[in-house]
Design a protein around this ligand. Structure first.
Ligand SMILES: [Fe+2]
Length: 278
């Protein structure tokens, strides 16, 4: 099914805006059948949708707080940041380069308290814990509603591979990735997300999706009070391709330096989950 894009103007440049469906977390929690159908349709067609979390004010306040903690964290010297770098660890610690940086914190490490948080993050560890806990719960709500649509006779459930107490690599990842002066310097980073669901909070144009029906690229608009949710390769595999993991990339619509921050929750399956249909 082909869905038309609307146009937007950013700094005198016309861009295509991806036609993302909006799903209400409040209605999902109320077990609204129409909302469940809308969620299933979005997860099957584009694999990207907005989750309206505007009713969850304390959760959004924690997202705002994390932006500010992220800013403080990346204001440190490169020498300090590199203390959080972990060689050969895909899911933990600081990674960075010229003009960008990310810090990833595993949910299991926060729960076990075995791995210390970087000092600046530790000073706001309660916010980190609340955000991880709430984002994990939100992801389970989405899994539950998708499972009802996928297997109306309860034959299977995506929870089979996402038991909250089993070890998994779900994580909070914060980014500083300023936009670049020259658009030509933006490197291609087209990918799909490997995990189950990604919840992205950001306030700027930064994500482009490849529309599956015509292979054209379209921009995802940042909307206050909404998470941009991505279906990952794991859900695509567990459902035998019924759910769609969409190719996307991080870029910018126009040249020009601007600070850009993002707060992301990567919801991942139990460790050692095989990517075969349930
Ligand atoms: Fe991604």
């Amino acid at each position: 099914m082909s869905i038309p894009c609307r146009k937007a103007i950013v700094n005198n440049t016309e861009i295509n805006v991806a036609p993302l469906e909006t799903v209400s977390l409040r209605l999902l929690l109320q077990k609204d059948e129409g909302e469940r159908i809308k969620l299933y349709s979005a997860a099957r067609s584009l694999g990207f949708f907005y989750l309206d979390v505007s009713d969850s004010k304390p959760y959004l306040a924690d997202v705002e707080r994390l932006y500010s903690v992220t800013e403080q964290y990346f204001a440190q010297s490169e020498e300090n940041l590199l203390k959080d770098f972990r060689m050969d660890d895909e899911f933990r610690g600081y990674k960075g380069g010229n003009n960008w940086g990310s810090l990833e914190i595993l949910r299991d490490d926060v729960i076990s308290s075995e791995v210390p948080l970087p000092d600046i993050i530790e000073s706001d560890s309660a916010t980190v814990q609340r955000f991880i806990s709430a984002s994990h719960e939100v992801s389970h709500v989405i899994l539950g509603e998708l499972s009802k649509s996928l297997w109306p006779d309860s034959e299977h459930h995506l929870e089979e591979k996402h038991h909250p107490k089993k070890r998994n690599n779900s994580s909070l990842k914060v980014y500083r990735g300023p936009t670049l002066e020259n658009l030509a310097d933006v490197r291609d980073n087209t990918h799909t997300d490997g995990g189950s669901l990604t919840l992205l909070y950001t306030d700027k144009w930064g994500t482009q999706v490849e529309l599956p029906w015509n292979k054209e690229w379209a921009w995802v608009e940042a909307k206050p009070g909404h998470a941009i949710v991505t279906v990952g390769d794991t859900l695509q595999a567990l459902t035998g391709g019924l759910l769609y993991s969409c190719r996307h990339r991080v870029s910018q619509p126009v040249g020009g330096f601007e600070e850009r921050w993002a707060v992301t929750y990567f919801f991942r399956p139990e460790n050692d989950t095989s990517l075969v249909p349930l």
